[in-house]
Design a protein around this ligand. Structure first.
Ligand code: ARG
Length: 457
């Protein structure tokens, strides 16, 4: 029977033991749990709470447990509830009674808070690297297709021409904000909770600043009750992950559309597409679809933890154990989505012959024609009306703007002259020469700026 049941006369009911155990899930915290314990033992020795040889013995024991886990030799036991007690019990088996000194001036409540913060820090480092790789892939695709123009859409109706690079850089911006959010989250996760004990602090002369330095934290928590029950850093990660998945999902949706028959703007690499079990002609964008689909479960985990926490009185409550499964799934889902997405974008083939055709369909230059009339003295509102009538005339005749004669133009306004033929897709994008606009010059600057940010460490 586990020592935390010493006051009881009965073993836990088997179903209860299974119901309350978390080791199947939290065993992945072992590297953080061991790192935290080693720092704690070192601090206890430095403060004279345990002896230096005792700390040595404990540290060596913990290191060999780490090896056992890594080599798959460690026997995790459900009846020992969680990762903390599994490691502690094994430590006592290995080093004897002295192992029992490790938990001096500590509780599982500040221990789990520590493990989770260490895990979060590392998850953020990996997330930032994943974001950067995807940003590089987007910039690479944009650079390789600098000249390609696509219809820009509003309401998914062809609106005005834009450079494909400009469109891709929109996602670069979203990911830049995501990275900033994860960076923020890291600052708040980097606070040492150890030393808070079960809830009230500990009755030993410990050195929390030493622990913070040992474990690479920039600050120590200021209130023990808060420190053992705070999971804001997980919620922040999950919120930032939800936003990031939303961005990936939007891009996934565009890739699905662009790869469809109707658009045909891109072709997926075979390594990033799947076939159909019945329709041999299919090349399906399942990576993009699954990325879009997985967004829902990430939102779900965020909502689940917000709800779990909303009525918890201070301080630790066992409900908090429910934080982990969802959190680990959020981290795994985001990291794997970022990784496959990067491969999918890097191997995407753009089909300019199809984007060109799409530019000819629809009346993408309508705004440019209105702007033309404005420059000749018409007010924008009446120019808008003239071009609207022109569009409906051309559509009825099944003609593009380029196919209309000057005579036909002039039936709608005498301001139309020979130079109306100078309005092209190229002149349209070149005219959007404002900071943040799609003019090739501006986009080239944006691309160079993006490259530069990516080279920063
Ligand atoms: N497995 C627990 C959790 O994940 C660790 C802390 C348990 N503390 C306690 N007093 N039962 O939250």
């Amino acid at each position: 029977m586990s020592h935390i049941r010493d006051r009881f006369h009965k073993a836990a009911d088997k179903q209860v033991a299974e119901f309350t155990a978390s080791v199947a899930c939290d065993l992945r915290l072992y590297p953080y749990d061991i790192a935290g314990s080693i720092a704690h033992a070192k601090m206890l020795a430095k403060q004279g709470i345990i002896s230096a040889p005792e700390a040595e013995t404990i540290t060596r024991g913990l290191e060999s447990i780490k090896e056992e886990i890594e080599q798959g030799r460690f026997q995790f036991k459900t009846e020992l509830e969680d990762i903390h007690m599994n490691i502690e019990a094994r430590l006592m088996e290995k080093v004897g009674e002295v192992g029992g000194k490790l938990h001096t001036a500590r509780s599982r409540n500040d221990q789990i808070a520590l493990d989770l913060r260490l895990f979060t820090r590392e998850a953020i480092t990996k997330t930032l690297a994943g974001l950067k790789s995807l940003q590089k892939a987007l910039v690479g695709l944009a650079e390789a297709n600098r000249e390609v123009i696509i219809p820009g859409y509003t309401h998914l109706q062809a609106a005005q021409p834009v450079l494909l690079a400009h469109h891709l850089l929109a996602y670069f911006e979203m990911l830049k904000r995501d990275a900033a959010r994860f960076g923020d989250c890291r600052r708040r996760a980097s606070v040492l909770p150890l030393g808070s004990g079960a809830l009230a602090g500990v009755a030993y002369d410990i050195d929390r600043d030493f622990l913070a330095r040992e474990l690479g934290f920039s600050q120590i928590s200021q209130n023990s009750l808060d420190a053992v029950s705070d999971r804001d850093f997980i919620l922040e990660y999950e919120s930032a992950a939800s936003l990031c998945m939303m961005h990936l999902s939007r891009l996934a949706e565009e890739i699905i559309l662009w790869a469809s028959e109707g658009f045909g703007f891109v072709e997926l690499d075979e390594a990033y597409a799947t076939g159909s079990s019945i329709m041999p002609q299919k090349k399906n964008p399942d990576v993009a679809e699954l990325s879009r689909g997985k967004t829902g479960r990430v939102y779900g985990h965020l909502m689940a933890l917000l709800v779990t926490m909303k009525a918890l009185p201070l301080a630790y409550n066992r409900d908090l154990q429910e934080d982990k499964e969802g959190f680990f799934d959020v981290v795994d889902t985001l990291l794997s989505t970022l990784a496959v997405f990067t491969g999918m974008i890097s191997s995407l083939k753009v089909k300019p012959e199809n984007t060109r055709k799409a530019l000819e369909r629809g009346y993408l230059l309508a705004t440019d024609l209105a702007d033309y009339l404005v420059k000749k003295g018409e007010t924008f509102r009446s120019a808008h009306g003239i071009v609207a009538r022109l569009v409906s005339y051309a559509a009825a005749k099944n003609k593009s703007f380029a196919e209309l004669s000057l005579g036909e133009y002039r039936e709608f306004s005498p301001l139309f002259e020979e130079d109306v033929s100078a309005i092209t897709v190229a002149s349209s994008i070149a005219a959007r020469d404002v900071p943040g606009g799609t003019a090739p010059k501006r986009v080239a600057q944006a691309l160079a700026a993006a490259r530069k940010t990516l080279e920063e460490p």
